[in-house]
Design a protein around this ligand. Sequence first.
Ligand code: SAM
Ligand code: CA
Length: 277
Amino acid sequence: GAHNFAALKAVYERPSLRWILQPKMQLAFSGRKMTLQSKSSDEVEGSPFDHKGLLQSRELYQYVLETSVYPREPAPLKEIRAITENHPYFFMGTSPDSGQLIAMLLDMLNAKNTIELGVFTGYSLLLTALTIPDDGKILAIDPNLESYEMGLPIIQKACVEHKIDFKHSPALPVLDKLLEDDDNKSSFDFAFVDADKSNYGNYHERLMQLVKVGGLIVYDNTLWYGSVGMPEESVDKLIRPERSYLLELNKSLAADTRIQISQVPLGDGMTICRRLF
Ligand code: SAM
Ligand code: CA
């Protein structure tokens, strides 16, 4: 749709987003209206938003999606993906192939009480809500209400809103508040962390108390566009700060004897942690 010119142009030109948006999107003019449109797949070739994730080629990623993921993806999740395409930060949505693994983990755990840090338009949230039982609960935390409200009508239409307790707040104070009540300790089966990367270490210490023994904490974006395996000089300056937080996190998760871990190269990389004691 058409947007306010100045606001759209400001988003498109923000230095922190330029490397992300401009390889994949372009401003298009029609009369006096300006819209942000996807470039054709040839035009995005070689950019980090080549839609290949961490795989070797865009074709291989498309193959995985078309063969194994899209045919089984519930319709409401397809709808969330479609509306997210129009969001200026569209690239933040959880990739559907990662979603498929998250759903399997939730089922294997018989997860009933879950927590999510970083909701955005709600792909992973709706996926969780569709997967857990009818009396299951998700505590979902995000300081950005606007994005959540974009996906909310789809969540309502899917009749799963009653499972969601949305907290419009940064995650850390909510976690600290939960920890004041001993009843909340070891009460969650599953946690999905997809929020501000600089706080992942802080979240880990708190989630290790909130998630029960045998429960899972899944961290998203732990391979950060593949940059964690590249020398710092060759990494775009704009993604270096998060890269350094993720390098630190990956090292500390590997050294944490309280958990079993698996680093999965799906989406942008996720690390599955299982609390052992
Ligand atoms: N899981 C989401 C999905 O499936 O679409 C994507 C989440 S997006 C990558 C990151 C989100 O983290 C944004 O919506 C942002 O507002 C949120 N965020 C940023 N700082 C946060 C904080 N301190 N606490 C919780 N969420 C935060
Ligand atoms: Ca993510």
